[in-house]
Design a binder for this molecule. Structure first.
Ligand code: GLA
Length: 380
């Protein structure tokens, strides 16, 4: 079976918890993934981000911070696996991580080997404190890719150099299953005041454009983790967070873009709105369709955009997004989608069948500011 044959789904500690992670938190997250039903919807990776680290042992082996993880990460990995989940970890291709912990440069084999012994199933490999040129990045990412492969354990390999060296052109070849295409997301529709705080609108609509040809089963573009449900609290947040419609558009767009769906909110305290968004199995199904084709923009009228994601068996995911600050109506014609003939149409947020449409009709989407409509079209 192809590793990451569909976009990875799960949870990552960074967006909400930053450096404040520990064993009891991660166990509670594992339990919540199971009890909430999220695991059974496909969210199986439980990924520790930066700041699990202690120091290196005398023989060079990496060790966790034993104050945060008193029983070590093998025991934590077992706990995660016993619940039908998979275990992810984080490192950096330099002496230090972005948060100043120890990195893996020069320790690739011993780190990969140790992680495999802990039962690690996923590595996010960051690029802070590393030289800017592409050649060095390729060499360093290849080195870790080889070390992971040498463990014999299937470990999903996530490259995180923020798209600065066009990783879509080389990361697959060094063994990566996904690669970040942008800088860090923050909990806003618009960008934040600092250049490293990118909003949903810029990452989703601008930065991904044209990258669809590089994605497919086992190798995905990664527009960063989900901020759905953060509501202005957490490590990458601002006071207000996003509105319900903004989170819903974010989730819908990431699904159509065949992006990894890595939840970043505190799932122990999900609101009804957050739960509704993250557990929409019909939207998730677009993301996880095994054809593995990334959706793309086919039409736009100003900042109202129409997306299409081809699915298995001639089906189609279709999204209409209103990026404007005023309500908008868009009439979707078959010619805009490049299709002909009769299709059964289902509205994936209203969860209703809309009947059979063909080129003689139009789908009419009336959208609040920053809202979207998502449909599944099946040949009738
Ligand atoms: C970088 C990455 C983030 C996160 C932090 C951790 O900024 O892009 O996703 O992993 O490092 O320090």
């Amino acid at each position: 079976m192809t590793l990451a044959g569909t976009p990875p789904m799960g949870w990552n500690s960074w967006n909400t918890f930053g450096r404040n992670i520990n064993e009891s938190l991660i166990k509670e997250i594992a339990d919540t993934l199971v009890e909430s039903g999220l695991r059974d919807l496909g969210y199986v990776y439980l990924n520790l981000d930066d700041h699990w680290h202690g120091g290196r042992a005398e023989d060079g082996r990496p060790q966790p911070n034993f104050e945060k993880f008193p029983n070590g990460l093998k025991v934590l990995g077992d706990y995660i696996h016993e619940r039908g989940l998979k275990f992810g970890i984080y490192s950096d291709a330099a002496d230090n991580t972005c948060g100043g912990e120890f990195g893996s440069l020069g320790y690739e084999e011993i780190d990969a080997q140790t992680w495999a012994e802990w039962g690690v199933d996923y590595l996010k490999y960051d690029y802070c404190h590393a030289p800017l040129d592409r050649g060095t990045a390729i060499a360093r990412y290849r080195k870790m890719g080889q070390a992971l492969r040498a463990t014999g354990r299937p470990i999903v390999y996530s490259v995180c150099e923020w798209g600065d060296r066009q990783p879509w052109l080389w990361a697959r070849e060094v063994g990566a299953n996904l690669w970040r295409t942008s800088g860090d997301i923050w909990d806003g529709w618009e960008d934040g005041p600092n250049h490293w705080q990118l909003g949903i609108d810029r990452i989703g609509f601008e930065i991904q454009r044209g990258l669809e040809r590089y994605a497919g089963p086992g190798h995905w573009n990664d527009p960063d983790m989900l901020i759905v449900g953060m509501g202005g609290s957490g490590n990458v947040s601002h006071q207000n967070g996003c509105s319900y419609h903004e989170y819903r558009s974010h989730f819908s767009l990431w699904s159509l873009l065949a992006a990894p769906l890595l939840i970043g909110c505190d799932i122990r305290n999900m609101s009804a709105d957050t739960r509704e968004i993250l557990t929409n199995a019909e939207v998730i199904a677009l993301n996880q369709d095994s054809l593995g084709q990334q959706g793309y923009r086919v039409f736009h009228a100003g900042k109202v955009e129409l997306f299409k994601k081809p699915l298995l068996f001639g089906e189609l995911g279709v999204g209409v997004f209103n990026r404007r600050n005023e309500a908008q109506t868009l009439r979707v014609h078959w010619s805009d989608l490049g299709i002909q003939g009769a299709y059964q149409v289902r509205d994936l947020w209203a969860h209703t069948d809309m009947g059979v449409f063909d080129e003689g009709q139009a789908l009419v989407a009336e959208l609040e500011p920053h809202a979207c409509a998502i449909y599944r079209l099946s040949p009738a």
